[in-house]
Design a protein around this ligand. Structure first.
Ligand code: SF4
Length: 726
């Protein structure tokens, strides 16, 4: 029993009747919190608590994690495979054999008719690493389509691309422990307290022990900006200009780490020549930050003994997201802030296992950061899997954001979607709907039968959720965590690994890889394939991972634990061992506000919801705390348009319109509005989604809209409710 103020009204924590606590890892975000699920005497999950000894969260959980035990028995779960009737109107329940036979035969029919690459596969950041690896083996080694990607293209593709361009490989160099050592932290486009509350708590703990400056770059006065020492309300889409200007000041004033540049980087001369053009005065006219502040921030960052930059979607989801990441890496390379405690570039990842898909899914290459373009890498994997090397393509296929338009052009005829929901997550919803309707065959594999995209499927495969299965997730700081299963799969749903293995049996190939039955056996393949590589798992076992509450890679054979940081020796993954300093010219290619559409529309997350609300939209308390699509709008702008707090407004872009509830706040500038991206038929009816040329990630965060009061407020309320209802 706890006591409230004055000890008059004791707060009672209900006894949930837990008889057994089971260890697992949170299945929402990439923080990687260790948790225990409490089971009652009937084996029903009834409670969740954090694990005190876990390095990542030390017993804490955010509001999503606290209610995660409710996920197992929420409405809308897929209980049985479904197949459309012959008129493609309604779903009928069917056996697993029927659903899997139909799926395999349709994939083969489409490939036989239209070619191997006419069938596309798009997966997720949500399933286990062992499942990603198995899906990659099935796709690359058996089905053989090259148009295979993950929904991580909507989220982390720019970070991946930027790391590869600068360092020669993907892989976040830093870790949470860097907060304990840094002397200056800059966050760009990252509202850490709401997006990643437990990582924020780690930062806050470090700040309580030792004061160091926090600089937040964000067009909106986010919760993070409110506690920052310096807030830079940058003009949307101009991060590269700001980063070049910071580099300009550092080089101009001789604040760079010349010894590090000379020893560990290449192409410095071209980079330095380019940033000469980005003096603070000219840059301030583009990025909206005054010249004195640019100079002050550059000096603060460069003079710190160690400095780090973290970022999330504010950088990645842009027409130059990859350049933004490279710009951050440039800044850290010229100041010698890579691979040392407190000095790093650290992308804060989104989904619980977005890192696992990057490492092992084979979406953009082959397992263990191997490249399709490398003959040696193709041979290693072909030999390991026991297949013909010529079966592999010589370069990666389309990204998710190019796969969908290829349905329009007739290049893609069939698709398999795994734990992803493009009807809510992709830009320009009306266009996505038409694309899905055009497919000859769509199979949706998901935990929930009521996921919006399932309306367009021909077959639905019900998957087990999160801790109904076992396997690993890799978190933001390269920590491999173990998710133990705490209960059996719901009804007749099945683990994704089982589904992949059953489908593999249905394809005939002369030489086929072996598909192990258990996830732990699959993990042994990961250990073998990663031995001696940067991404080394060979020193890990499942038991060891559980005992240590996660192990960071690389963890080489014989090591007791993993490595906290990459590139500590200044050796990078390019052939010459040097990191690239890359000149970045700013290209102003985005949609910007004009007379017809005078407001910037920015989008982001709220703490209560995760991505398209497929899971959190079904948790009572999370919906109660964040029930409805809303828009943050500046009171001065609202007054001019006659828009009132708590009323409904219609936003219109060149793509479509959406109705949202108005919340007036000075967190946004008069020419900007902010809307959470989680709700169906909302933000992505408006977004444009121009793509980054390197990462193919959409610019979700920057488009232009106009605003008017909804004429019929009652009808608007109904539309608004529809956007949040399952
Ligand atoms: Fe789960 Fe992320 Fe919350 Fe931790 S911070 S409990 S990993 S949602």
């Amino acid at each position: 029993m706890l006591f409230g103020r004055g000890k008059k009204n004791p707060i009672k924590i209900a006894d949930k009747g837990v008889v057994d606590w089971r260890y697992t890892t949170c299945g929402y975000c990439s923080t990687g919190c260790s948790m225990e699920i409490g089971l009652d005497k009937s084996g029903i999950p009834v409670a969740t608590r954090g694990v005190g000894g876990a390095d990542v969260n030390q017993g804490k959980l955010c509001t999503k994690g606290i209610f995660e035990h409710e996920l197992f028995r929420t409405d809308g779960r897929g209980a049985q495979p479904l197949i459309r009737d012959r008129y493609y109107e309604s779903f009928q329940e069917c056996s697993w054999d029927t659903a899997l036979d139909k799926t395999a035969s349709e994939i083969q029919r489409i490939q036989d008719t239209w070619g191997r690459d006419s069938f596309a596969i798009v997966s997720t950041g949500q399933i286990m690493t062992e499942e990603f690896y198995t899906l990659g083996k099935l796709t690359r080694g058996v089905i053989g389509t090259n148009h295979y990607d993950g929904n991580t293209t909507l989220c982390m593709a720019s970070a991946v691309s930027g790391y590869k361009r600068s360092f020669g490989s993907d892989g976040p160099p830093g870790c949470y422990d860097d907060f304990e050592h840094t002397e200056c932290l800059m966050a760009i486009g990252s509202n850490l307290p709401e997006q990643h509350p437990i990582i924020f708590w780690r930062l806050h703990e470090a700040l309580e022990k030792r004061k160091f400056p926090i600089i937040v770059v964000d067009p909106r006065v986010t919760m993070f900006a409110q506690m920052a020492d310096i807030h830079l309300p940058v003009t949307p889409g101009t991060d590269v200009v700001l980063l070049n200007a910071l580099a300009h000041v550092i080089l101009d004033e001789g604040l760079e780490d010349r010894a590090y540049i000379d020893a560990h980087t290449s192409d410095a001369a071209a980079f330095e020549k380019l940033v000469e053009q980005y003096d603070p005065i000219s840059s301030s006219r583009i990025c909206g930050i005054d010249e004195d502040t640019i100079r002050h921030v550059a000096r603060t960052y460069a003079r710190a003994g160690s400095a780090m930059t973290i970022w999330t979607m504010g950088i990645n989801q842009s027409t130059h997201g990859s350049d933004g990441v490279v710009g951050i890496n440039n800044l850290n390379l010229i100041t010698g802030n890579i691979g040392k405690p407190g000095g790093t570039s650290l992308s804060i990842t989104g989904q619980c296992n977005a890192m696992g898909t990057r490492e092992w899914s084979s979406c953009s290459g082959l397992p263990g950061y191997r490249k399709l373009e490398s003959a040696e890498d193709r041979k290693q994997i072909a030999d390991f899997w026991g297949i013909d090397e010529d079966f592999f393509p010589r370069e990666r296929g389309m990204f998710q954001t190019d796969i969908f338009p290829a349905i329009e052009s007739g290049q893609i005829k069939g698709m398999w979607l795994i734990a992803t929901n493009p009807m809510t997550s992709m830009p320009n919803t009306p266009r996505i709907r038409k694309m899905l309707e055009k497919l000859e065959f769509l199979v949706v594999q998901d935990v929930y039968r009521d996921v919006e995209t399932n309306e367009y499927s021909h077959v639905f495969l019900p998957a087990a959720v999160w801790a109904e299965k076992e396997g690993c997730f890799t978190n933001t700081e390269r920590r491999v965590n173990l998710t133990r299963n705490v209960c059996e799969p719901y009804a007749n749903s099945k683990p994704d690994l089982w589904i992949f293995n059953q489908l593999a049996k249905r394809f005939k190939r002369d030489r086929k890889p072996h598909f192990p039955n258990t996830a732990e056996e699959v993990f042994e393949e990961l250990r073998a394939l990663s031995k001696g590589r940067m991404l080394d798992y060979s020193g890990m076992t499942w038991d060891k991972i559980e005992q240590q509450r996660g192990i960071q890679w690389p963890c080489t054979d014989g090591d007791e634990s993993g490595a906290a940081r990459l590139y500590t020796d200044g050796q990078f993954q390019w052939d010459d061992g040097r990191a690239r300093l890359i000149p970045l010219s700013f290209v102003d290619n985005n949609e910007t506000p004009d007379e017809d559409y005078p407001f910037w529309m920015n989008s982001g997350r709220v703490v209560e919801h995760f991505h398209t609300r497929t899971k959190t939209g079904k948790i009572g308390n999370l919906n109660k705390f964040s029930p409805t699509p809303y828009m943050e709008m500046n009171p001065d702008a609202a007054r001019e348009l006659g828009v009132e707090h708590g009323s409904y407004a219609r936003l219109t872009s060149r793509r479509g319109d959406a109705v949202v509830m108005v919340q007036l706040t000075h967190r946004v500038a008069p020419n900007m509005v902010f809307i959470p991206f989680h709700f169906h038929e909302c933000v992505n009816r408006l977004s444009l989604g121009l793509l980054d040329p390197y990462s193919r990630q959409p610019a979700f965060k920057q488009c232009a809209v106009k605003i008017e009061m909804a004429v019929d407020q009652d009808a608007a309320a109904v539309t608004n409710v529809a956007a949040r209802t399952y």
